[in-house]
Design a protein around this ligand. Sequence first.
Ligand SMILES: [Cu+2]
Length: 113
Amino acid sequence: MRKRIGIIALLLAGMVSPPLGAQPMADKAAQKNTAQASHQGTGKVVSVDRAKQRIKLAHEPIKSLGWSAMLMDFSVMKTSLLEGLKEGDMVRFELKQLKPDDLVWVIVKIERR
Ligand SMILES: [Cu+2]
């Protein structure tokens, strides 16, 4: 009887051992940092769609994200960010991920350069 209790205690201890318990929290913290981080980019405006709150850019490489130069559609945080922007403008912009697991990057700042 005493032996059985000992085994149960060991099993319970294993379930709440620090390495297992700490790991998910560390992952969450890392994801939160990624979500809050913003990335700077530069590029050229290809088209602006105010109705859809989107802009197409030919962006230059963004090293902080490991992206090479490419043509890409972005959503902007608010329509007013697109004011005064037109095809052919050279721009500097800032990207943010709204949700940690989201693959979508949103432009939170954009200005002509
Ligand atoms: Cu891209």
